[in-house]
Design a protein around this ligand. Structure first.
Ligand code: CP
Length: 339
């Protein structure tokens, strides 16, 4: 069944992703750039409806005009890098929409360990005919094209240091929820900006939605690519926190530091860049503290700061399920409606 016009309005590039007539190259959701601003707002509105309905009734199927469409449908997950939040929230989102989820996330039990390439692994998974696949890849030079080449609809669950589009969507949704808008917000990234796909995707999306971006990071973690040219930076957290309405701490991505001279020890990082009570004193009362997770407690954020009422890290995680349900509904041609 083809999606209705209303659903099509929400699909990347305004086209029905579920349509077999659609060129395969349009079936992969890799960047929030594929959505217009009005599509993003509609996606947020569906997420808000799902959240409201779930909080009221513990279910979301009431929000779906055509929930039967999900019966016997299959969500496949292939994660070539570790994940807790992204993988589980996509599984949770799929389950709440009525899908069955199958995951391949341990190379030791997959034929990857026998020498099959990730490209062929994904082609084979696609050939089994899942209704939707979520894929996380490391920094393969051709990762985006590998995703576009999978013969079924695909959502990126993050690619190496490059992009993590659904994280950016859930972060923007959370900012809008707690701050009332994204436009005009002052978002400060703290920590390992250089290696963060989350920061890259957020920069793209939040800029488009009208937020102002800045960062505070040790020299070795400052972004180098063109995309970050001209972005404001602060030398110390106090100055940055006084400026920001939203602070987003980032994980120190140790697994990506093999070829990097960090120039400071973990103790030195903690001393200068850990977010604790002394830094939060400089954040306005209605400001918020975010982190995409996993949080390295005591080094990136103190226990005290994690317990501050302005810390919305677990709200990001909850919202991630609803935002991903919303995106999946769009890609699967489900109609979301308020009751
Ligand atoms: N935010 C995020 O991507 O977390 P995971 O790596 O646990 O999925």
């Amino acid at each position: 069944m083809e999606p209705t016009t209303a659903q099509s309005r929400l699909t990347p590039k305004g086209r029905p992703v579920y349509s077999s007539a659609m060129p395969r190259r349009d079936q992969a959701f890799i960047s929030s750039d594929q959505l217009s601003e009005s599509q993003i707002q509609e996606l947020f509105e569906s997420a808000r409806l799902f959240k409201h309905e779930f909080q009221k009734t513990g279910k979301v199927t009431h929000c779906l005009k055509n929930p039967e469409r999900m019966h016997n449908s299959v969500l496949a997950l292939v994660f070539a890098e570790p994940s807790t939040r992204t993988r589980m929230s996509f599984q949770m989102a799929g389950a709440r929409l009525g899908m069955r989820a199958l995951a391949l996330d341990n190379p030791q039990v997959a034929s990857l360990s026998k020498g099959e390439t990730i490209e062929d692994t994904l082609r084979n998974m696609g050939a089994m005919g899942p209704d939707l696949m979520v894929v996380r890849l490391d920094d393969l030079p051709d990762a985006e094209n590998i995703l576009r080449d999978i013969p079924c609809p695909v959502i990126s669950g993050g690619i190496g240091t490059r992009e993590h589009p659904t994280q950016a969507l859930l972060d923007a949704y959370t900012i809008q929820e707690f701050r009332g808008q994204v436009k005009g917000e002052k978002v400060l990234f703290v920590g390992d900006v250089l290696h963060s796909r989350v920061a890259n995707s957020n920069l793209l999306l939040l800029n488009r939605l009208g937020a102002e971006i800045a960062y505070c990071a040790p020299e070795a973690f400052q972004p180098k690519n063109e995309r970050w040219k001209g972005v404001k930076s602060f030398r110390d957290l106090e100055e940055g926190f006084s400026w920001a309405t939203v602070v987003m701490a980032l994980r120190i991505q140790k697994e990506r530091h093999q070829n990097v001279t960090i120039g400071l020890s973990t103790a030195e990082y903690r001393e200068k860049f850990r977010i604790g009570g002394d830094q939060l004193k400089f954040l306005r009362d209605d400001g918020i503290l975010l982190h995409p997770g996993p949080v390295i407690r005591g080094i990136e954020i103190s226990d005290f700061a994690m317990n501050d009422s302005r810390c919305k890290v677990l709200d990001q995680v909850s919202n991630g399920v609803f935002v991903r349900m919303s995106l999946m509904s769009i890609l699967l041609g489900l109609e979301v409606e308020s009751r």
